[in-house]
Design a protein around this ligand. Structure first.
Ligand code: PLP
Length: 451
């Protein structure tokens, strides 16, 4: 195999999608339901670093990274080696039945690298949604209370409990009811579209104060087990709360014996410019849920919490057959080792600064760019029809995403109003690849701006 990861820019042999991808898409549509959504109509053959080759031999830059799973890039050689070695020993034994050391090593590493200068414990499950489900079980058991407060714009998964938490009713909850009760939502600190029409310079965190209000008007502190939030909202469109917002939320939580759960599923593992985005806060969450980039693409998720919260749960109250699979655990250990050894946090800051500065510089040239935001290498931009009304433009977003993949750059959209473009460059991307990607992106933006 050649060094796919070193190509400087996309190398396209066919129009995209190519003929083999088109054939496979027909095959897919025959046997896979429409509910399993699709964003890029190209089938992958292999990937290295930030580059993928499709089944037609086209080479593309992948700045979707499996939705923030490949922070370490495709096929990192140290990860491949670790997984191969484990594969030759055993695939599965079930940690509850025949334990293995890598599970404990990874739990220890996570307790050490997550924020919070207190004794912690960790356990593993299979997906981000399952991690959130378990974080809520812990909070309920520890506090003896049941209600959960989350935020408008949040996304926490697709199980029934997490669908009940999510903000965007369509498609995440519509038709799946009755949903789980005892869940209340607060406006998030989405300053570009402040729920109260205020300005960050003089709002005194009006949205955080809403927590105190709903503890009077909608539920009561005696019922609320936890406040659950994403340090940077992912699916909501990379909404970074201003400094001080989380601190105020945590303060209100402490005054009311409520736990704070951080969903670091999308923002974790150096994506934000720190190992965990909650490190930007001056307070630590009581429980942290992690997944996505934790094992470089192997399915794994984890819950890390204060030891007294963990130990409040009775014997066999959490866990499962596949949680902490040995292949995933050795991959997880390697991901943290590599990220620490090669300063992936700094890499994310450098890549993110380049992308952020580029987008900020072109913002005034294109009226459809309403807001450029994010932190570290979790950067994106919100699209609007015009700067006066700030009406969300999902149309512009769709044009940009399509123009990009047709020219060899894979990116994905998101946003509460389907009008956000997010960029998840793998953190091993080269500077030249970022520059080429930004050229393709600007070209796509210019097309959407006139269409
Ligand atoms: N939490 C956040 C913040 C997410 O972004 C996601 C997935 O996108 C989830 C939870 C759910 O993770 P999973 O798809 O692994 O269940």
């Amino acid at each position: 195999m050649g060094k796919l990861k070193n190509i400087k820019k996309p190398e396209l042999k066919t129009n995209l999608p190519g003929p083999k991808s088109r054939e496979l898409m027909k095959f897919r549509d025959e046997y896979v339901p429409q509910a399993i959504y699709k964003t890029t109509p190209i089938f992958i053959k292999r990937g290295e670093g930030a580059v993928v080759e499709d089944v037609d031999g086209n080479k593309l830059l992948d700045f979707a990274a499996g939705i923030s799973v490949l922070n370490i890039g495709y096929s990192h050689p140290e990860l491949v080696q670790a997984v191969k070695e484990q594969a030759e020993k055993f695939f599965h034994s079930c940690f509850n039945v025949l334990p293995y050391e890598s599970y404990i090593q990874l739990a220890k590493m996570l307790c050490e690298v997550t924020p919070g200068d207190f004794k912690k414990k960790a356990f593993f499950v299979n997906s981000g949604a399952e991690a959130i489900e378990n974080a809520i079980k812990l909070a309920r058991k520890f506090t003896g209370k049941s209600d959960i407060i989350c935020f408008e714009g949040c996304f926490h998964g697709r199980t029934l409990l997490t669908s009940s938490l999510n903000s965007k009713v369509k498609p995440f909850a519509f038709g799946f009811g009755p949903l789980v009760s005892g869940i209340y939502k607060l406006p998030f600190a989405y300053c570009y579209r402040c729920a109260y029409g205020l300005n960050i310079n003089n709002c005194n965190f009006r949205c955080a104060e809403r927590l105190n209000e709903i503890l009077q008007t909608v539920t009561t502190a005696e019922n609320v087990a936890a406040v659950l939030l994403e340090p940077i909202q992912g699916e909501g469109g990379f909404i970074v709360p201003p400094d001080g917002f989380i601190e105020r939320i945590k303060q209100i939580c402490e005054e009311n014996n409520i736990l704070l759960i951080a969903d670091e599923v999308q923002s974790g593992f150096c994506r934000s410019g720190k190992m965990f985005a909650s490190e930007y806060w001056s307070v630590a969450p009581d429980i942290i849920a992690v997944a996505k980039s934790i094992a470089g693409g192997l399915p794994l998720a984890g819950v890390i919490a204060r030891f007294d919260i963990m130990d409040a749960v009775h014997h066999a109250g959490v866990g499962g057959t596949f949680g902490g699979n040995p292949l995933s655990c050795v991959a997880g250990i390697k991901v943290i080792e590599v990220m620490k050894k090669f300063n992936f946090d700094k890499k994310a800051q450098k890549i993110g600064n380049k992308i952020y500065n580029f987008l900020s510089n072109i913002k005034d040239k294109y009226e459809i760019i309403g807001d450029v935001r994010g932190r570290g290498a979790m950067i994106g931009f919100e699209l609007i029809t015009d700067s006066k009304t700030k009406k969300p433009s999902s149309r512009a977003r769709n044009i940009i995403v399509e123009e990009c993949y047709k020219n060899g750059l894979i990116i994905i959209g998101t946003g509460l109003f389907d009008n956000f473009v997010r960029i998840f460059a793998p953190l091993v991307v080269t500077e030249e690849q970022v520059e080429e990607a930004l050229k393709i992106l600007e070209n796509a933006i210019s097309k959407a701006n006139i269409n």
